[in-house]
Write a protein that binds this ligand. Structure first.
Ligand SMILES: [Zn+2]
Length: 81
């Protein structure tokens, strides 16, 4: 059986519920990527599970998004690119 992942309803104008967006953060630095944060359009979904993110040493494993900025810093540290 095929799993159908429903697209998360993105911002439909005038329909933003105030809520804690603990998953809408970068899992590297904890910066918010919620609508209106300025990072919303650039956010990249991390497909790892919560436990994989813990294993990978993510500071904010609840965050479902990869931070490209932190990612490039890590790359520089390891590969000197
Ligand atoms: Zn970051």
């Amino acid at each position: 059986m095929e799993m159908i992942v429903q697209e998360q309803a993105e911002v439909s104008s005038g329909d933003i519920e105030p809520r804690m967006l603990e998953n809408e953060i970068y899992n590297e630095c904890g910066r918010s990527v919620a609508p209106g944060s300025g990072w919303f359009v650039n956010r990249v979904t991390d497909c790892d599970s919560y436990l994989e993110k813990v294993d990978n040493g993510k500071a904010y494993p609840k965050g479902e998004y990869l931070c490209t900025e932190c990612d490039s810093k890590v790359r520089k540290r390891y590969y000197g690119a």
